[in-house]
Design a protein around this ligand. Sequence first.
Ligand SMILES: [Zn+2]
Length: 363
Amino acid sequence: MAGNLGRSERIDIMRKIRELTRSMIVELSNGSSKMIAIDRFKNYCINSIENCCCRFNLSEGKEILTLQRESHVRRLDVLLRVLLIIQQLLRENRHSSKRDIYYMHPSVFTDQSVVDRAINDICILLQCSRHNLNVVSVGNGLVMGWLRFAEAGRRSDCIKKPNSAHSIPVQVEEVTDIASPANYILVVEKESVFQRLANDHFCSRNRCIVISGRGYPDVPTRRFLRLLVDVLALPAFCLVDCDPYGFDILTTYRFGSMQMAYDAKYLRIPQLHWLGAFASDSDTYNLPQQCLIPLTLEDKRRTEALLLRCYLRREVPHWRLELESMLQRGVKFEIEALSVHNISFLSEEYLPSKIESELTKGK
Ligand SMILES: [Zn+2]
């Protein structure tokens, strides 16, 4: 589903759109109320390992949209409207954000999530990725460090100022000529941590690339990270808060999100290592009690739900142990809490020691 979006690919997607609408018209003229069948994908289940049959990129049955159900009629209405917009974008070779599309018919779409679901359904129906539809995200991700690349022929040289943030390109399919002398890639959950590392000149002192998706990572951030990992073949580490939200963000990087499970093959980073923060770090690094925040009922419920995900049992059982330990301790903490002893503790001690031990483990 990935690849450069050339003219022939655009023509191919437009052909698929015509075929899809034609098949719907045929169903209608045959008097059938069954309009379309959409493959359903998921990236995890909550079954035991013996009963799990999750496979990346394989559909798990179909959802049939029919004219007999009011909710389906509404979804079909939205789907056809979005399809029309996409057809126009492709014909004129223009790009648009999901937000722009929402504002084309806000009273019909009623909510952004309705448009998002239609775009995902269309990707599944046309067997393509979102960028193939000329639908782009507003870029949220940041990168700094030992990295050079070109974006649509324009050179980006992060190495000149390795401690300055650059925006992650929105159209990742146009990124070429990636070069880096870095030893590893570090992904940090939050912008505040990214800024802390920039202020501490972390990349000048450590030959690395640092990336942040600023919370839940968007598609360009995940695709860019995946591209770097594939092209540069560097180890990649991830630093998130010690709480269920941080852990969920970590799983989004490593396994992809449920909403875009149909594209997980191109979005997930199977090589991503979890660097911390672990519940046990609060002992190892002597965090004072006032830095530890009690888990709320909602935190506990979310953590228990996370523990059930099959991919953790299958691929990273040691992650589950850390999650269970957080639940047992009943407390969470933010990365920033590590600054309690010294503002540069994170960049001068915590990260170098953790990364050093991961790199020697890998040898
Ligand atoms: Zn499963």
